[in-house]
Design a protein. Structure first.
Length: 155
């Protein structure tokens, strides 16, 4: 991978996490979860990968969060229930064709921190939408820059 691609992706990921953190701080509503750091690795370093597409990012995180919340409601938090919640989240993401590996950690976070149903909307859904918007903006900027560079080379 070229150094300029690594640098641009790293800046994109860093800015996205900063935006999520700052927005949460300014609004008083958390928008940042640890799994979004892993999502940034995929969406910025491997933007064309199937697992990096917007539907996978938003859908994967939401499906996994829903599985984690359901498990938290009906099961005690224990080693086996954490494993079960992650396994069910994996199966649900695969069945719905919204596989996003970083979302596999979301049920664990939900169960260990005893989150409630609002966690599905903030930070998971809203945060995933912000992350996806940042990633799409990054892709748009890269496309514009590559078109300009191609036009300059043509002349």
């Amino acid at each position: 991978m070229p150094w300029h691609t690594i640098l641009a992706a790293s800046i994109g990921g860093a800015l996205t996490i900063a935006v999520l953190g700052a927005a949460g701080e300014f609004t008083g509503t958390p928008l940042l979860i640890a799994a979004f750091g892993s999502s940034c690795v995929l969406v910025f370093l491997l933007p064309q990968a199937p697992l990096s597409q917007p539907l996978n990012v938003v859908g994967g995180h939401c499906v996994a969060a829903l599985c984690g919340l359901l498990a938290h409601v009906v099961l005690p938090t224990a080693w086996w229930s954490l494993g079960l919640a992650v396994g069910v989240a994996m199966a649900a993401m695969a069945a719905l064709r919204v596989i996003h590996p970083p979302a596999g950690g979301t049920p664990i976070a939900i169960m260990l921190t005893h989150e409630g149903w609002e966690y599905l909307f903030t930070p998971v859904l809203l945060g995933a939408l912000v992350l996806t918007t940042c990633a799409l903006t990054y892709r748009w900027i890269l496309k514009r820059l590559s078109l300009r560079a191609a036009a300059k080379r043509a002349f």
